[in-house]
Design a protein around this ligand. Structure first.
Ligand code: 5GP
Length: 183
């Protein structure tokens, strides 16, 4: 059943969000799990759609209640996690589900659901990754530096994934990712 579950990770600014948006728009039978986080919403982000925005207390209560399929502290500050029930229910209905989570979370999902497929989205090069992060302009220089540190550590883990797909072109990257679920 969990072979319909695709777990995607990749460094900051690699364009995961764009690839996933392309998938959701063009492959209507693929659904994205909405994560929970303790970080503040960015302008335009909607609670329950982009994330479930929780306080640290609410997040810890959800962990204690066993409601998280996985969770991790990302970029050294905030907790992010996947609510378990919606994923289990969707898989029962036979839906194809994508999780977009950090590399620590991937190992936890693989342990809980060994049939899932894990995919690492990689940048064409390190220089291109730095260029994309700086070009996005949504983070302070300090936050950018912290994200690049995380990115370096994440790039080092790509051999642990079932598949690596390079994001050089959004549409072709999206197609390769979707083909993995259908494979
Ligand atoms: P952002 O703050 O830019 O939305 O996300 C920061 C990082 O958190 C991303 O690298 C993303 O993969 C990770 N993340 C988002 N949701 C989850 C989740 O549910 N679990 C885990 N482990 N990481 C997540």
């Amino acid at each position: 059943m969990s072979n319909q579950l695709l777990v995607i990770a990749g460094p900051t600014a690699v364009g995961k969000g764009t690839v996933i948006a392309h998938i959701l728009e063009n492959y209507p039978d693929v659904h994205l799990s909405v994560s929970a986080t303790t970080r503040a919403p960015r302008p335009g982000e909607v609670n329950g759609f982009d994330y479930f925005f929780l306080t640290h207390e609410q997040f810890d209560q959800a962990i204690a209640a066993g409601e998280m399929l996985e969770y991790a502290v990302v970029h050294g500050v905030n907790k992010y996690g996947t609510p378990k029930a919606p994923v289990v229910e969707a898989l029962k209905r036979g839906e194809k589900i994508i999780l977009e989570i950090d590399v620590q979370g991937v190992a936890q999902v693989k342990a809980a659901m060994p049939d899932c497929k894990t995919v690492f989205i990689a940048p064409p090069s390190w220089e291109e990754l730095v260029r994309r992060l700086q070009g996005r302009g949504t983070e302070t220089p300090q936050e950018q530096a912290r994200r690049l540190e995380t990115a370096k550590a994440e790039l080092a883990t790509q051999d642990d994934f079932d598949y690596v797909v390079i994001n050089d072109d959004v549409a072709s990257c999206a197609r390769k990712v979707v083909d993995l679920i259908q494979a």
